[in-house]
Design a protein around this ligand. Structure first.
Ligand code: NIG
Ligand code: FE
Length: 421
């Protein structure tokens, strides 16, 4: 490891630390505690956050070492933790703009999928393309995420839908995690759809997922989480539960695509299997919300997907009021949310779901880290944590959410190395 010069960021208009006494997912009022230091300063050394405080305090402590450091003047700007995107399908091939046009002309997302498009169209691409091609295409997409302030993201398989191609997708993630500055947390989503060759035969495919795919994924240590698309005409609640429990028994942590297009008991399945998060929830019932609250499941909400599908946004206010911790995410995928922008997701969390800027920022950093069980390392700016930081060209954190459709990112540091700006 080459010795890096320390980095000393000074005069930060707002150092938004997200630090709090509370450990684990934050609920209700806790989501508004941003731990802001006005006139803040950060000293980064060896890739970690070495010290934080006001610029005045930090000058007293570090003046004698000033020569060693690269000094960054952040006057008029804010610093936040690197954004964390806890739900993506970023490893895909091709694009589906013709389906976008079909939907504008009246076709529904599920009609297109049932006619062999949608997830099946992208699956044909993933099966046909080489690992190298998929790696390069995804790597460019990750560059865009980084330029928009994301330093860690979750990535799902689910466009292979057979043993070799699911493993291929997961191996691409592992390589990207090693080679790209962004940290990737992998999820096995073999149960994203019943592939076309098993049409009408879901039980045969489920058997393949449970008896062959899960063991192979675990054997190669290719995933941390297991996910399933629990949806009418995809996997029913009983099948979803069976698949998640099979993964859990092998050490994978359950997540679930729940109640996205139609209410399908997804929230109850999440509560029953002890999922770390239930995602989408556009159609969740009041009872479903209560089930999530009672079992401490994190709700991961995806407002760009609701916008893109022309659906009513998720009920963030009801979820937060019920005591469910909320995270937000892009859902980056070629069908229902072709975007790489967490800042846009944050704007829409406020505009469409009536979350406050503070709640939105918590949902995109600390609670997002909790949804990936990595909050011990990232998601807040605290001494000893990984130095994943974003410098934004706005005076206060509200402005980050208020002015939309603009990339406010000035600089990004990943593990203490400047990767943007
Ligand atoms: O989260 N709902 C299932 N999966 C994705 C869409 C995947 C695709 O259309 O390619 C979602 O919306
Ligand atoms: Fe998704």
């Amino acid at each position: 490891e080459r010795q890096q010069r320390p980095i000393w960021i000074q005069n930060i208009s707002q150092l938004v630390t997200l630090a709090s006494e509370k450990k684990g997912p934050r609920i209700r009022e806790e989501m508004k505690e941003l731990g802001i230091i006005e006139g803040g300063s950060v000293w980064i050394e060896d890739g970690v956050i070495h010290d934080i405080g006001t610029t005045r305090e930090m000058i007293l402590k570090y003046l004698s070492r000033a020569e060693e450091a690269d000094i960054v003047d952040a006057t008029g700007k804010i610093v936040t933790p690197g954004l964390i995107d806890p739900h993506t399908h970023v490893v895909f091939g091709g694009s589906r703009e013709h389906e976008f046009e079909m939907r504008l002309e009246g076709a529904s997302y599920m009609d297109i999928m049932n006619a062999g498009g949608g997830i099946h169209a992208t699956t044909r691409k993933i099966r046909a393309l080489s690992e190298e091609h998929i790696f390069n295409q995804t790597s460019r997409r990750l560059d865009l995420f980084l330029q928009h302030g994301v330093t860690t993201l979750e990535s799902k398989s689910g466009y292979g839908l057979d043993l070799d191609n699911e493993l291929k997708q997961l191996r691409v993630m592992r390589k990207l995690h090693e080679k790209h500055p962004i940290d990737i947390v992998p999820t096995f989503l073999g149960a994203h759809a019943v592939p076309e060759e098993y049409r009408g035969n879901p039980e045969h495919y489920i058997k393949l997922v449970i008896e062959e795919m899960i063991p192979a994924v675990v054997e190669e240590d290719l995933a941390k989480f297991i996910d399933v698309f629990c949806e009418v005409d995809v996997f029913n609640p009983e099948q979803s539960e069976r698949i998640l429990v099979a993964g859990k028994n092998k050490g994978l942590i359950p997540k679930i695509h729940a109640d996205e297009i139609a209410e399908n008991q997804g929230a109850f399945v999440a509560a029953k299997v002890g999922a770390i998060s239930a995602d989408h929830l556009l159609k969740v019932s009041d009872e479903g919300i209560q089930a999530l609250a009672n079992s401490g499941v994190i709700a991961c909400l995806l407002p760009t997907t609701a916008l893109y599908l022309g659906e009513k946004p998720a009920r963030a206010r009801d979820l937060i009021d019920a005591g469910v911790p909320v995270a937000i995410s892009t859902d980056c995928n070629p069908g229902s949310s072709p975007t790489i922008s967490m800042p846009l997701v944050m704007n829409l969390a406020c505009i469409m779901m009536k979350m406050t800027p503070a709640e939105s920022l918590c949902a995109a950093t600390y609670n997002a880290a909790c949804a990936l069980q990595i909050e011990d390392r990232v998601g807040s700016i605290e001494v000893g944590k990984q130095a994943d930081l974003v410098l934004w060209d706005v005076h206060n954190h509200q402005k980050l959410h208020y002015i939309f459709g603009v990339n406010h990112v000035k600089k990004v540091w990943k593990k203490g190395v400047k990767v943007v700006g």
